[in-house]
Design a protein around this ligand. Structure first.
Ligand SMILES: Cc1cc2nc3c(=O)[nH]c(=O)nc-3n(C[C@H](O)[C@H](O)[C@H](O)COP(=O)(O)OP(=O)(O)OC[C@H]3O[C@@H](n4cnc5c(N)ncnc54)[C@H](O)[C@@H]3O)c2cc1C
Length: 397
């Protein structure tokens, strides 16, 4: 039985951050900025590196490894201790957690930022989820180059959480094929009502035009149930022909003992990122019930949590609630497209898209603190080949 929590020291609150991804790092930076000496932080994560996933789609084309940054580089000089262990269970009443190695850690405030787990959504397709799939996509590009694959279909399944990377893979593949003058037929099938619908109607219109220009046939509002050597079967019994199919995974939440979760394991939070029904426990990012699983939104939730924690620790601020603004930078195989939408849908929707940056710094993960920090400490960049591809496609268009 774990005992009742005590503050770790009279002056400084102990903030335990579980995870070392986008939300965790943004929260660490925000807390350092907002609370300073009022808090000390521990980062509980069973990893020694940060994988920058937004550039994974470029890795198969660039013949470069996915971008990985040592955590040591990102945490150096910050008031945070890295505990290389995992979170196994939360015991909120005791103000403590149990780790996967069986240790007990206490907290004054806890932020859960464990992300989500990708699960194959379409059996028979190449599921593009993370660094482990880059080599398989490279092999697929070689098959396109050799003529072994002539018709390639990209599928966004329901519950995938974040569709943008598949649009990028399709557009980059079209540019790659264009540059090599390969005779391939590309098609894109999504369950969304329109292309990248989360960004609103202006963005959807521009992305649809872009797909057309790249010769990618788009079908929206379709639900693929299985993939095979001849293509995919749809929920209504129809089919789409293809030699190979590439799909995104669906995501599952961490289903963490001690915390509430929905049927898929995701954690419910309020607008200050407080876990519903749990004192001093916060959650941010893909692990929460927010349907869109996106890095920029993860940073905004992390900022809301950090502000609430900092205020509790005595910082003279009024914590701002989470008010999502969706920002996405689409790699297109030509000039990138910047997309932004706020309070999506209906008359309230404010949807923008354009070739010029509409936020700054214009990183692929738009976070108040993290974008600049990653640019300074890790020089995260679009690989040279993908930039050259864009230039050569623009020169020939
Ligand atoms: C191919 C691809 C492209 C993407 N492109 C973009 C993009 O262009 N822009 C954008 O904004 N978003 C993009 N995303 C989405 C973005 O990467 C995620 O939304 C974001 O990483 C979520 O942040 P997070 O902190 O919630 O989770 P993550 O970044 O996944 O971090 C989770 C952390 O928790 C740790 N962890 C896991 N289990 C435990 C445990 N039990 N105990 C302790 N730690 C644990 C992990 O090691 C990791 O450090 C992309 C995603 C993919 C897959």
């Amino acid at each position: 039985m774990l005992g009742a929590a005590r503050r770790s020291s009279p002056e400084r609150s102990l903030v335990l951050i579980a995870g070392a991804g986008v939300a965790a790092l943004e929260a660490m930076l925000a807390l350092d900025n907002l609370a300073g000496e009022r808090v000390r932080m521990e980062l509980l994560a069973p990893t020694s590196e940060f994988v920058y996933r937004p550039l994974l789609v470029a890795a198969p084309f660039a013949d470069e490894p996915p971008v990985r940054v040592p955590l040591g580089t990102l945490l150096a000089g910050k008031p945070v201790e890295h505990l290389e262990d995992g979170l196994a269970e939360v015991v909120p009443a005791a103000g403590a957690v149990r780790t996967t190695r069986g240790a007990e850690r206490r907290f004054d405030a806890l932020l859960i930022a464990l992300g989500a787990r990708p699960v194959e959504a379409l059996a028979g397709a190449l599921t593009f989820s993370g660094p482990a799939d880059v080599e398989a996509y490279r092999a697929l590009l070689r098959a396109l180059e050799d003529g072994a694959v002539e018709r390639l279909l990209f599928v966004v399944p329901p519950a995938c959480g974040w569709a943008l990377p598949l649009y990028e893979l399709a557009l980059l593949t079209a540019a790659h094929a264009f540059e090599r003058r390969l005779a391939v037929e590309l098609a894109f099938a999504t369950h969304e009502p329109s292309a990248l619908a989360a960004f609103g109607q202006h963005a959807s219109r521009d992305v649809t035009t872009l797909l057309e220009r790249h010769g990618i046939a788009l079908r929206t509002g379709v639900s693929a149930v299985a993939a095979g050597e001849r293509g995919v079967t749809l929920a209504d019994g129809a089919s789409i022909a293809a030699d190979r199919v590439v799909a995104l995974p669906r995501l599952e939440g961490p289903r963490l003992p001690g915390l509430p979760h929905d049927d898929d394991g995701f954690i419910p939070i309020d607008e200050h990122a407080r876990v519903i029904g749990r004192e001093r426990v916060y959650a941010a990012g893909d692990a929460t019930t927010l349907p869109l699983k996106q890095g920029g939104l993860a940073t905004q939730q992390a900022d809301a949590a950090a502000a609430a924690i900092a205020a509790d620790a005595g910082a003279p601020i009024t914590p701002a609630p989470f008010r999502p603004v969706l920002r996405g930078l689409l790699l297109t195989g030509g000039e990138p497209l910047y997309l932004r939408s706020q309070a999506g849908g209906g008359a309230q929707e404010r949807s923008l898209s354009g070739r010029e940056p509409i936020w700054w710094p214009a990183g692929k993960i738009a976070g108040r603190y993290l974008t600049t920090y990653l640019a300074e400490r890790a020089a995260v960049e679009v690989p040279e080949y993908v930039r050259r591809l864009a230039e050569s496609v623009a020169a020939r268009a």
